[in-house]
Design a protein around this ligand. Structure first.
Ligand SMILES: *Cc1c(COP(=O)(O)O)cnc(C)c1O
Length: 395
């Protein structure tokens, strides 16, 4: 089907939940995408940070195909090898103690919220169920994850939302201390807010959070759905901050294109979700776990994360060197980058760039967000930056 046919069929039989760009992709290789008419694009979006090791990566695709032709699914009523190996790899890489597998970021956050509330209730009884999250945060689209999301624009249509959430201004240490009252069981943060605008937490804010939470036995949850799995040049963003949360959630880049999410918990709370308290039919699916294992093999190869840092710094330096009036600021870490725009709409910018052969994302009200595949080559970077430079120069 070509784009016109796809659009007609989509309108006819698909819920119109998304404002899609006028484009249909047919294939991809590393950081290149090809539309149904055969036109080439450089991909600085990775399907929203998902295609971490590039489109149709050979090693990833071989691992996935091998597992698909061996055993696709049996459910969590039985043991299988891929999820056991993945849990062992992830706990080792994160410094956490045990993993639970689901299918998405929102689902991982739902589970983390359940875990935190049960931890507190088991230990202290009722009345300590509040989860503090940050303004401008994004935690997903299911009811609890949506309630946790600290953006009022998301808190519409679906009333009533859940009880027991409190929002605090990121990097405001006084507000944080005020928010952590006796009724709080957990604080959930992103090391760098992704959808909110590529906004990093400061070191001193995170240090204070860890200190207060420890004193009050409040669990710290790092939502590493977007920042995790090498995106920032660290395996997880909290490792760059030198701290260790109690719970880590991750998804997006973990599966390299397959739907998988994980909750990782430390020694303190790894046994809270006891038999029968949580589950997922598709969770720990062998094919998704095989894909994730292939991703982890690639991103933990010697020197890989140093390359992520180098490539991110190169992109940021290049953008800064243009001195374009429309660039207010280039920020971010590793290959999670934000360009804050002056007097230009990121939505319109993204549409125009797409027409010129570059895929970018937006974030917040005024930010262009770049999340290229971590395996992007220098040649692909240069080609993408040339398109971006031309666009800024033509403003
Ligand atoms: C994308 C995202 C989510 C939601 O993940 P889904 O897989 O879409 O449910 C949660 N948290 C953060 C930080 C995200 O970027």
């Amino acid at each position: 089907m070509d784009l016109t046919q796809l659009k007609i069929q989509d309108k006819e039989s698909v819920m119109q939940t998304y404002g899609r760009y006028d484009i249909a992709f047919a294939s991809g290789k590393n950081a290149r995408l090809f539309d149904t008419a055969g036109k080439e694009y450089i991909d600085f979006g990775s399907g929203i940070g998902v295609v971490s090791v590039g489109h149709s990566n050979d090693d990833w695709s071989a691992a996935v195909c091998r597992q698909a032709s061996t055993l696709a699914h049996v459910s969590n009523l039985y043991y299988t090898e891929p999820y056991v190996r993945l849990a062992s790899r992830l706990t080792e890489l994160s410094g956490m103690s045990a993993a639970f597998f689901g299918n998405s970021g929102a689902e991982a956050n739902e589970g983390a919220i359940k875990l935190a509330r049960k931890y507190s209730r088991d230990k202290y009884g009722d009345g300590r169920s509040v989860v503090v999250t940050l303004l401008q945060s994004f935690h997903g689209r299911t009811m609890a994850a949506l309630t946790a999301t600290g953006q009022s624009s998301f808190h519409q249509h679906f009333f009533p939302f859940l009880e027991g959430f409190r929002y605090s201004e990121p990097n405001d240490e006084v507000a944080l201390a005020d928010a952590l009252t006796e009724d709080v069981c957990a604080v959930m943060v992103e090391g760098i807010q992704g959808e909110g605008g590529v906004l990093p937490l400061t070191q001193s804010y995170v240090d204070l959070l860890m200190k207060l939470a420890k004193e009050k036995d409040i669990l710290v949850i790092f939502d590493e759905v977007q920042t995790g799995n090498g995106r920032t040049g660290e395996m997880f963003s909290y490792q760059g901050l030198g701290v260790k949360p109690n719970i880590v959630t991750t998804a997006k880049g973990l599966g390299g294109g397959l739907p998988i999410g994980a909750i990782l918990a430390d020694e303190l709370c790894r046994d809270v979700l006891s038999a029968g308290t949580h589950g997922s039919t598709f969770g720990a699916n062998p094919i998704c776990c095989a894909g994730a294992l292939a991703v982890l093999d690639i991103i933990t190869a010697p020197g890989f994360l140093a390359e992520v840092i180098r490539k991110g710094a190169k992109i940021r330096r290049e953008i800064e060197s243009w001195n374009a009036p429309a660039v207010a600021e280039a920020r971010g870490k590793g290959l999670m980058l934000g360009i804050r725009l002056n007097d230009a709409s990121p939505k319109e910018a993204a549409a125009q760039l797409l027409a010129q052969g570059l895929v970018v994302l937006t974030a917040g009200a005024d930010v262009l967000r770049l999340l290229p595949p971590l395996t992007i080559t220098d040649e692909e970077i240069d080609q993408g930056l040339a398109i971006l430079k031309r666009w800024f120069a033509a403003l």
